[in-house]
Write a protein that binds this ligand. Structure first.
Ligand code: AKG
Length: 262
């Protein structure tokens, strides 16, 4: 192959990298949670919903999953394992305990997080003992990466978006909590969401994991206590309105980003 062809081939390889390839993050298949479950949240094609429809039908009233709103192929490539490690291995990531009131924070180099802490959720561990990479990104160190993310275009009146980026093992997630409105997008992997309206506080233990809620509490919920729930995949974003209770469960090793509207 001549030298001139090489960059073209490299670019094809780069942008040919698809979400299903897992970006090098996948763990062996026995470490995935196969069951995606059902979805009782509206799932719409981004192109079939105008900004005004979004405001009228969802922004202040209920969650929605939107497909194909943006094309984050380039950002996805930049979030592949080798690309992130090449650029950020010595930078610091701040981990928080995966409980509802996550006060404990731990700073580690990104390489150490990937090599030693990025694991499947241990079934018997408490959320307060599980370290989760999400919610405390250093925007000076990671700015160049976030500059490449194309957020969902529908903002709410008088708000702007703030990002929070994360990477987490299968079975991990955050337990129920609430805050302002926002979007969640998975770049690699699949993430299951459980939501309740503001006036319906779910029954959960703030120091226990979503995994333990899913295996122990969820199967015994009466019908009128059932959450809204859905699994999102790359290319889909979930919107949650202000003060909705939500918990997440990563079905695979997942790379994800939330856009908080405030
Ligand atoms: O993606 C996650 O696991 C947590 C997301 C979340 O809690 C949020 O966006 O508020």
């Amino acid at each position: 192959m001549g030298n001139k062809a090489a960059p073209f081939v490299v670019l094809c390889l780069i942008y040919g990298l698809r979400a299903e390839d897992g970006g090098g993050w996948s763990l062996p298949s026995d470490l995935r949670l196969e069951d995606e479950g059902f979805c009782n949240i509206d799932v719409l094609d981004g192109s079939s919903l105008s900004h005004q429809d979004f405001i009228d039908r969802y922004a202040f009233s209920r969650p929605v999953v939107l497909r194909g709103l943006t094309d984050n192929t380039k950002f996805r490539f930049l979030c592949s394992k080798w690309s992130l490690l090449a650029e950020y291995s010595s930078r610091t990531v701040r981990l928080s305990t995966a409980n509802t009131y996550s006060y404990r924070k731990v700073d580690v180099p990104f390489q150490e997080f990937v090599d030693e802490l990025l694991k499947p959720q241990a079934a018997d561990a408490l959320g307060s003992e599980t370290l989760y990479f999400f919610g405390d990104n250093n925007f000076t160190e990671w700015q160049e990466l976030f500059d490449q993310y194309e957020p969902p275009p529908y903002v709410l009146p008088h708000t702007s978006g703030a990002y929070s980026f994360g990477i987490a093992g299968p079975g991990t997630g955050v337990p129920f909590h609430w805050h302002g409105p926002g979007y969640s997008e998975v770049i690699y992997g699949r993430k299951r969401w459980f939501l309740f309206p503001p006036d319906h506080e779910p029954h959960f233990h703030p120091n226990r994991t979503t995994l333990s809620w899913v295996t122990e509490t969820y199967p015994n919920l009466p019908e009128d206590e059932a959450p809204l729930e859905c699994t999102i995949r790359p290319g889909e974003v979930l919107y949650f309105p202000d003060r909705w209770w939500h918990a997440t469960l990563n079905l695979d090793l997942s790379v994800f980003i939330s856009t908080f509207l405030g």
